[in-house]
Design a protein around this ligand. Structure first.
Ligand code: G4P
Length: 531
């Protein structure tokens, strides 16, 4: 079967930003334009910003009920758009990194007042690693932000990427007049207070047109000057450069005022990539292949204690997925079929009969899936790029209710399968150490162990700097290393050897002193990555 038509229709992307830059607002406006929601205020799921655990629990509870917000699908101009949600909070960055493995492109939101912030740099690093095409949306142009040229320089400098403005603001803050779309050469005027969904631009090919003066008054000459400068400094936009991840087109606007959002969406659907190939351990899987394949990049627990099931989010990479058909679970070597796979449309889950490359589907799971699992029609492949990152916070789990030992073990097992944290064990599994990329996860784990598994525990702080996976081609060297480091060694969930470094200095020393041992900072070494 040829699924080209279905594949060509799909655009799967994520919006990423530093918290507060406007990701939720922009998401909501895109859904409004896409007709997926009717009123603003429907997407409030992601506000885990002010980092208190209680806030998080509340929100997570809501998310548990409405998991649909993790993927928001809508149709726009004949295309199927799949927008994947990413948590804004830095303690959940790993979840965001994994989501980035399931998309074909990214929209990065920047706050015009704050410019490029620390978390943005990290997220961008992941995009660069994967050569994911990125469009930048500079938000909050209605506020007195930084000079747009300065912002472009900052983007290039801090994010290490070449930018190309495709729209340009006419003044900023209270005197913000609108944007000139350099892609379709039209002027879009901003009326503060007037919030409407249609923003028809005025086609203005030649900026010397007197209409520009009529619309912009004193700001007309500045715009002419700026555009001349842009055209002089920046090479013309080339879609292929963007698709290769080498150039990031930049748009300006104000999400809260719906301004610049439609232009962003219209350009996005014109230039954004269709579902691309995905690297697996033995070969690269092309979306047009006949056989179905896909991988799980996110597992969402059902926080309703009456329903212990979870939803595994699977990105379809090739072929066609069919409801009720048996598929091969590569890690377990087991055939599984799914009676009620779901697709997501804004807030609703719908039962689906089939799905195509680029789609993200929800599979009800009773404990078969771990993050990174691959499903195929029989071939033994393992998709790459869904690594665990070396954690930086470590605590030992101490059981405080001996009657619930089993529940605790099961809870920890399942939560770590979901990717909430990583589990390391010492003493043949008797000592359990949890490693995370953020402090907040420990609160989440404690809360969920108690509420979902009835198990209580406390944590013993451990002062390790990093955990890294170690391998060696030389068994003797490995043995010698292990003999002296027993206290600092543990096994991860797949029984890989992990070394806990006490400090950065110590880690560097060990790496220097043990050239025969390789230290890996993501778990991906298992499938051949070199770091
Ligand atoms: P996030 O998901 O990236 O964390 O950001 P979010 O959309 O929640 O936006 C953060 C704050 O910035 C919100 O205000 C939001 O209203 C505001 N905002 C978003 N877009 C714009 C814009 O174009 N211009 C201006 N001036 N503000 C914008 P808040 O007070 O934190 O929340 P709320 O009470 O408005 O919901």
């Amino acid at each position: 079967m040829d699924y080209s038509k279905e594949i060509e229709k799909r655009r799967t992307f994520a919006i990423i930003s530093h918290p507060d830059a406007g990701k939720t607002t922009l998401t909501e406006k895109l859904l409004l334009f896409g007709g997926a929601i009717q009123v603003a205020g429907a997407v409030k799921s992601n506000k885990i910003k002010r980092s208190t655990a209680s806030d998080f629990m509340e929100i997570e509870k809501q998310r548990g009920i409405s998991v649909a917000t993790s993927v928001m699908g809508f149709d726009y101009r004949g295309l199927r758009i799949n927008l994947l949600d990413t948590p804004g909070h830095k303690d959940f960055a790993e979840d965001t990194y994994r989501t980035l493995t399931a998309v074909d492109s990214v929209i990065l939101v920047i706050d015009s007042v704050k410019g490029v912030e620390a978390q943005t740099e990290k997220l961008m690093e992941v995009c660069r690693m994967r050569q994911t095409p990125v469009i930048v949306f500079i938000n909050k142009m209605d506020r007195e932000g930084k000079n747009p040229f300065e912002l472009l320089d900052e983007l290039e400098e801090k994010l290490n990427i070449t930018v190309r403005p495709l729209s340009w603001p006419v003044s900023i803050g209270t005197s913000f007049k609108g944007v000139y779309n350099l892609y379709d050469r039209s002027l879009y005027l901003f009326n503060p207070g007037e919030i409407k969904l249609t923003s028809d631009g005025v086609a203005i090919d030649d900026l010397s047109n007197l209409l520009v003066d009529r619309f912009l008054g004193e700001h007309a000459s500045q715009l002419r000057h700026d555009v001349e400068l842009i055209d002089g400094v920046y090479p013309p936009f080339e879609q292929q450069q963007y698709l290769n991840g080498n150039v990031a087109p930049v748009f300006f606007g104000s999400a809260i005022n719906n301004f610049g959002v439609r232009e962003l969406l219209d350009t996005f659907v014109t230039i954004a990539p269709t579902p691309g190939p995905r690297p697996a351990d033995s070969r690269t899987i092309a979306p047009h292949e006949r056989d179905f394949s896909g991988f799980v990049f996110k597992i969402h627990a059902n926080l309703d204690p009456r329903h212990r099931d979870r939803i595994a989010f699977l990105r379809v990479c090739s072929g066609k997925f069919d409801r009720n058909k048996f598929y091969h679970h590569v890690r377990l070597g087991k055939a599984l079929r799914f009676r009620s796979p779901a697709s997501f449309m804004a807030r609703e889950k719908t039962l689906i009969e089939d799905a195509f490359p680029g789609d993200v589907i929800g599979l009800y799971d009773t404990g078969n899936f771990k993050i990174g699992d691959t499903l195929t029609e029989g071939e033994t492949i393992l998709f790459q790029g869904i690594p665990n990152f070396s954690p930086e916070f470590f605590k030992e789990v101490i059981n405080t209710d001996p009657m619930k030992t089993k529940q605790l073990a099961k809870g920890i097992q399942q939560l770590t399968d979901e990717g909430v944290a990583q589990l390391f064990t010492q003493n043949q599994g008797n000592r359990k150490i949890i490693g995370t990329v953020g402090e907040l996860q420990f609160d989440v784990i404690q809360y969920r162990l108690l509420h979902e598994y009835g198990a209580s525990c406390r944590f013993n702080q451990l002062s390790f700097f990093k955990a890294c996976w170690i391998t060696s081609e030389d068994e003797r060297k490995m043995e010698a290393f292990c003999r002296y480091k027993t206290e600092l060694l543990a096994a991860d969930k797949d029984n890989n050897l992990v070394f806990f470094a006490e400090s950065k200095w110590r880690l560097e020393r060990e790496m220097e002193d043990n050239p025969g041992i390789r230290f890996h900072f993501t778990s991906e070494f298992k499938i051949g990555a070199s770091n």
